[in-house]
Design a protein around this ligand. Structure first.
Ligand SMILES: NC(=O)C1=CN([C@@H]2O[C@H](COP(=O)(O)OP(=O)(O)OC[C@H]3O[C@@H](n4cnc5c(N)ncnc54)[C@H](O)[C@@H]3O)[C@@H](O)[C@H]2O)C=CC1
Ligand SMILES: O=C(CO)COP(=O)(O)O
Length: 334
């Protein structure tokens, strides 16, 4: 057990799951804005709304008080969806001690600014070491005790190896990486490809189609990530290919679910109205397309997804379009 105190913000499915993992290694308080969630965690060792009847460790404490959670934290972990991330960080600023490392679990971009979460942290709380924990990590499966691997990425190797001890456990292998940008943007971009794969699945596409979309999708997200400064090998690792496989094939993925429903011909408004959990790919798609334009990277799959989400095209038309385009060299877009 390390003595480092951890404060984790965000009482949804992934925040609660990571808090449960950390509780094995370090004292942790989870801040949730919903008082019912706080009560459920503290009294029943459950977060029924997000994780059904999964049993949480008795050592995990939840709080409704952000000051209490953050004021004496030695490490801050952020599990707030991307569009609300900045607002919560601003709240944190008043309470957090200087130099406390901040780890983001969030896989999205801020719509208005196109910024990654670590960029927002640097802007709102300059001077704090920042990192991301990312990889093929579907929350429900980890709560069910299935083995998984993840990547903790930070520039500072000394802090990185200290923080690795907080997250890792027998069934949760945590690898380290210093390519923060690559790991972070891979986690954002794979969500859009998962929507594309879902769109195919929703229309009854086969396994070959899924494999083609995953492979071509990985190629296009790698092109953008590398143009932005990420390393190609990051996209071939857990944060890239690993997370693509998990998200694009799992019935648990919210992004793939959105794609399946779009594939059935439903609109984004209808699908969102029925979901209470976040599907970051749908939220971040416009920011991703703006980045693709800025870096002059062609992303035909992401562009089709964007057009279907905005109602400019239908899943059926997008799918036919993907098949109609003449294939060139495998190393080229398209
Ligand atoms: N669920 C999963 O399997 C995984 C999720 N992620 C990422 O983790 C991030 C969080 O996702 P989940 O926990 O799954 O989402 P979720 O939809 O299950 O829960 C989101 C939580 O954030 C809270 N929240 C939203 N706005 C807030 C605000 N302004 N103040 C306080 N709390 C607020 C909600 O109340 C809810 O508890 C996302 O970026 C997601 O892509 C990453 C890996 C795995
Ligand atoms: O990031 C995830 C798995 O690694 C979770 O994916 P979804 O948000 O699509 O459920």
């Amino acid at each position: 057990m390390t003595k480092l105190k951890v404060g984790l913000l965000g009482g949804g499915s992934w925040g609660t799951t990571v808090a449960s993992l950390v509780a094995r290694n370090a004292p942790i308080t989870l801040w949730a804005r919903n008082p019912d969630t706080v009560r459920d965690i503290n009294e029943n060792q459950r977060n029924s709304k997000y994780l059904g009847d999964a049993q949480l460790p008795p050592k995990l404490r939840a709080s409704h008080d952000i000051h209490e959670t953050v004021a004496d934290a030695d490490v801050l972990v952020m599990a707030i969806p991307s569009q609300n991330f900045r607002a919560v960080l601003k709240e944190v600023k008043k309470h957090l001690r200087p130099w406390v490392p901040i780890i983001s679990l969030t896989k999205g971009l801020e719509l208005d600014t196109r910024m990654r979460m670590t960029e927002i942290i640097n802007q709102v709380l300059p001077g704090h070491p920042v990192g991301v924990l990312t990889g093929p990590n579907l929350a429900r499966e980890i709560m069910d005790g299935q083995a998984a691997a993840s990547v903790l990425a930070m520039a500072d190797k000394v802090i990185l190896s200290e923080l690795q001890k907080i997250f890792k456990s027998g069934l949760f292998r945590v690898y380290t990486n210093d390519d923060v940008l690559g790991c972070e943007i891979a986690g954002v971009l794979k969500n859009i490809i998962a929507i594309a794969v879902g769109m195919g699945d929703g229309q009854g596409a086969g396994d070959n189609t899924r494999a083609a979309l995953i492979t071509r999708g990985l190629a296009e997200i790698t092109r953008l990530g590398v143009a932005m400064g990420g390393r190609p090998e990051t996209f071939a690792g857990l944060a890239g290919m690993g997370d693509m496989i998990a998200t694009c094939t799992s019935p648990q993925s919210r992004n793939r679910h959105v794609g399946i429903e779009l594939g059935k011909g439903r609109s984004m408004e209808e699908i969102s109205a029925e979901m209470f959990m976040v599907a970051e790919g749908a939220k971040s798609a416009p920011a991703v397309m703006a980045l693709a334009r800025e870096y002059q990277v062609e992303m035909p799959i992401a562009e089709d997804v964007y057009k279907v989400i905005t109602g400019e095209s239908s899943a059926l038309r997008a799918f036919r379009g993907l098949l109609r385009v003449d294939a060139g060299a495998e190393s080229e877009p398209g």
